[in-house]
Design a protein around this ligand. Structure first.
Ligand SMILES: *Cc1c(COP(=O)(O)O)cnc(C)c1O
Length: 393
């Protein structure tokens, strides 16, 4: 009988020879690893021996990237999760249970608000939404059952800055932990654990990967709370894929160049927009006119991030004209942190579910445009903006 191809060469692909160490990290897509014998398998699965056995529990590309995230945030531990939302969900599942109370910022990313206010209520967790830039109001809603306080370092789209040190003190006074979503800052701008936060979450989908080709999140925290994190990641199946981790490791390699370039550009963009008559207000924590400027100077690395939001005085009609006029230079992409400059229109994307009153209370109008400033030369970006602004009337 004719032999099939698999009969002729049944042995698995040989591993890379131990004498030759690849300089670029290898991609290891394997979902499973071979065990020597039953004893070895048991030791691996019980974590008594280090090594990989099943990719949902860990793989080399995930560990390489998690180690970078851990170091960038000065954390004891870090783990990769399939998405930024997955990272937040991991903390909900690991840390909270029925009967617990959660306090969250009223300016969280909309999908995070859905997760932490609506989804958690199905599990018997009570959530209070508060303006966490008002420390007295925040202190007033924290109580003995409060398990966690959740804020973002820089909020969307008005770029308010959370006072992490003060919020950590308030949370710790009732034995709650402080979780900070740092996605709008990245560790190049802020390292929340150094200011007293207990947990940091990043959506690497945004600034940290920076190339719009991956969805990925990470959780950073401390060793004494880590067992539950690993258990939840594996049991709920939230772990990240090796290919995404490999791509994000490559993206992250240039964060130290991208972040200052984009940050310097954002500063110039904010100053320019502030000088333009078509613009009613510019929101950028690096501007002296921003309500959190002093806090941002204290808490940030000297950079203020790469997001700039501005309100066109002509409202929705002006926003529509501006967006259409710059479409081929500054694409309308409802994400952020990419190497090229993009824009979003909060009222029709991230904040579309909010009532007119809620939008007004937050200070968002239909003329509000959010820029994610890229690493192009500043002259180019200013010229694009100018070409759009002359079209708004
Ligand atoms: C995008 C984003 C998330 C969610 O991240 P995904 O990777 O899209 O799941 C969470 N928080 C903030 C602040 C974000 O901008």
């Amino acid at each position: 009988m004719a032999k099939r191809v698999v009969d002729i060469c049944p042995e698995p692909v040989r591993p890379i020879s131990p004498e030759s160490i690849p300089h670029a990290p290898a991609i290891c897509l394997s979902s499973v690893y071979q065990c020597d014998d039953p004893q070895h398998a048991r030791a691996l699965l019980l974590d008594e021996q280090s090594g990989y056995v099943y990719a949902r529990n860990g793989h080399p590309n995930g560990d390489m990237l998690a180690d970078k995230c851990r170091q960038l945030h000065g954390a004891e531990r870090a783990a990769m999760v399939a998405t930024g939302m997955g990272a937040l969900a991991t903390l909900v599942l690991a840390e909270l249970a029925a009967g617990d109370h959660l306090v969250i910022s009223n300016q969280l990313y909309g999908v995070t608000l859905d997760l932490l206010a609506s989804e958690t209520s199905r599990w018997g967790i009570e959530t209070t939404v508060v303006d966490t830039t008002d420390l007295a109001a925040t202190e007033a809603v924290l109580r003995a059952e409060t398990k966690m306080l959740v804020v973002e370092t820089i909020t969307n789209p008005l770029l308010r800055v959370s006072d992490i040190r003060q919020l950590a003190d308030l949370a710790h006074a009732v034995d709650a932990s402080l979780l900070v979503d740092n996605s709008f800052a990245s560790p190049a701008v802020c390292r929340p654990l150094e200011w007293g936060a207990d947990w940091v979450v990043e959506s690497l989908t945004k600034i940290m990967n920076g190339h719009s080709d991956v969805t990925l999140g990470c959780v950073c925290g401390s060793t004494n709370r880590w067992e539950r994190i690993e258990y939840v990641l594996s049991r709920w199946g939230l772990s990240a894929s090796p290919m995404d981790c490999w791509l994000a490791l490559r993206g992250l390699a240039t964060l130290a160049l991208r972040a200052p370039q984009a940050g310097d550009n954002a500063r110039q963009v904010a100053a320019y927009l502030e000088s333009r008559p078509e613009v009613a207000q510019v929101h950028f924590p690096g501007l002296a006119s921003h309500s959190d400027h002093a806090l941002a100077q204290r808490q940030f690395s000297g950079q203020f991030g790469s997001m700039v939001t501005f309100d066109l005085s002509g409202g929705l009609a002006a926003a529509e004209r501006f967006i259409r006029a710059v479409r081929s230079q500054i694409p309308f992409c409802p994400s952020l942190g990419e190497v090229s400059t993009t824009l979003s229109h909060p009222v029709s994307t991230s904040h579309r579910g909010l009532s007119d009153e809620a939008l007004a209370a937050l200070g968002i109008s239909s003329g509000t445009i959010r820029l994610s400033v890229g690493i192009e030369s500043p002259e180019t970006i200013l010229a694009w903006l100018a070409s759009g602004l002359v079209k708004v009337h």
